[in-house]
Ligand binder design. Structure first.
Ligand code: ZN
Length: 193
């Protein structure tokens, strides 16, 4: 196993790990261990260590947990799949740890997975945000005494509520509606993210 000290920090950027590059460099020979370094405009942005096993590549990287104070090491084994080529020889693929699909490129971030899995994770994150905003909006509307559901009417200032409170809740209401519309319209494909 590659030593953790040797594995370098990954940034939050999403890095592409292309199995064709690794194959070209002869890096997929069994028991080989090496690094992939990523850079952007001449600036080093991340690195990952890997070790090749039998039908397997194990990635080693360091991550900083959210709100964490210490680096944590993580090893992730990725299955390799070999398929024959039409004109002889063979080529290798990663089996995506997310969906098991055969892919040439894995995207390395907090999660290492194919593009589809990353998109899905992104979508799920967006959906849960939209749900959270919707719940918060329901509370605001309840305080305002307005009927639930943001497509329903807005009513005026409830009796007995301070004007300042009313304005604050109204602002909060508009902000939440804007967020929900943004995420929901992305979800149903009306706008690009
Ligand atoms: Zn996948």
């Amino acid at each position: 196993m590659i030593s953790v000290a040797m594995a370098k920090l990954l940034t939050n950027n999403m890095h592409a790990l292309d199995i064709r590059d690794l194959a070209r460099r002869g890096a997929l020979e069994p028991s080989n261990q090496a690094f992939v370094n990523w850079s952007c405009n001449g600036q080093h942005t991340g690195a990952i260590g890997f070790k090749v096993g039998e039908d397997m590549i194990t990635l080693s990287y360091l991550t900083m947990p959210r709100n964490g104070t210490a680096w944590q090491s993580a090893d992730q084994p990725i299955r390799l799949v070999t398929t024959p080529c039409h004109y002889g020889g063979s080529r290798q693929w990663f089996a995506c740890p997310g969906c098991g699909g055969r892919v040439a490129i894995l995207y390395v971030n907090r999660l290492t997975a194919c593009r589809k899995c990353h998109d899905l994770a992104y979508q799920v994150q967006r959906e849960s945000l939209a749900e959270r905003y919707t719940r918060r909006l329901a509370k605001v509307r309840k305080r305002l005494g307005w009927p639930g559901g943001f497509l329903n009417d807005r009513r005026g200032q409830p009796a007995g509520m301070y004007l300042r409170t009313y304005f604050r809740l109204q602002l909060e209401h508009e902000r939440l509606v804007a967020q929900i519309v943004k995420y929901e319209s992305q979800r149903i494909g009306l706008t690009h993210r």
